[in-house]
Design a protein. Structure first.
Length: 273
């Protein structure tokens, strides 16, 4: 019994030392990341966010500014989609490589939101502005609205809608460029083959559709679509979807069209500093 108590005490002391570097504010992936071997976290706090970064990195020299940017992104996303402010902070982890991201989140992408918890992981690249709005929106909607039931096109469309303009062009302007070029995907095809559609057309077409739905019917319509199980063969926008899609296309015909340079997007993301 005494030996067991000594072991427990040693574990508690070890946890306390790790907490001095970065207090374990959350459960799940966030808690595991904070005590992951080889990661000596520091933490910057802002309204509603805990931004965790590694000493000696680019993120370390910009931590206060990045934490403020993340807090602003959280406020924006909550207002945009009419979401409830969470009682717990969003945990953001900034690493320096895709391999480090894979160790923490299981995926080596530039940005990852963990389903079911307010945790996001980013590869902090000084040539790109971190996609806080995009990934925080993923985390918020997956937690508050649940796992989306109408396809990946809607999940990515909502997050890209939150991301806003790209290279100075709105999502509607980019989609209007597709319409002008004759490459705007029909929504039934987009929903059925989202991951086979090139990223530029897939993400921006979905985002423009979501933006139109929210603008004309309110954010609650986006939430309803997210949480409603479509009937077999039903239009991706629901029972009246064909009419909504036609109205959206008519709207795009009135929008000045724009093009995004895919190579610039690949190198610098949508928001180069």
């Amino acid at each position: 019994m005494i030996q067991r108590l000594l072991v427990l005490a040693a574990v508690a002391i070890s946890a306390g030392c790790a907490g001095d570097r970065a207090r374990p504010h959350a459960d799940g992936v966030a808690r595991a990341a904070l005590v992951h071997p080889g990661f000596d976290w520091r933490t910057e706090e802002a309204a509603g966010v805990h931004l965790h970064y590694l000493p000696g990195t680019w993120a370390a020299t910009h931590a206060p500014e990045l934490a403020r940017d993340a807090a602003a992104a959280l406020r924006y996303d909550l207002a945009l989609a009419d979401l409830s402010r969470p009682s717990q902070p969003v945990e953001l982890f900034l690493v320096s490589s895709r391999e480090q991201a894979r160790q923490l989140a299981g995926r080596g992408t530039m940005g990852t939101a963990v389903p079911g918890e307010l945790t996001t992981v980013y590869v902090a690249d000084p040539t790109k502005r971190l996609a806080f709005r995009h990934e925080i929106m993923h985390a918020l909607t997956l937690l508050q609205w649940g796992t989306q039931r109408t396809g990946s096109w809607l999940q990515e469309g909502v997050a890209t809608w939150a991301g806003g303009s790209c290279h100075g062009h709105s999502v509607d302007e980019v989609a209007a460029g597709f319409l002008r070029d004759g490459t705007l995907p029909p929504l039934d095809s987009l929903a059925a083959h989202f991951w086979e559609t090139d990223e530029l057309h897939g993400y921006f077409t979905a985002a423009s559709t979501v933006a139109y739905l929210a603008r004309t019917q309110g954010p609650h319509a986006v939430r309803y679509l997210w949480m409603t199980v479509p009937a077999p063969g039903e239009h991706p926008l629901g029972a009246n979807g064909a009419a909504i899609e036609a109205a959206w296309r008519r709207h795009l015909a009135t929008v000045p069209p724009a093009r995004i340079d895919p190579e610039r997007l690949r190198r610098h993301g949508c928001e180069a500093p």
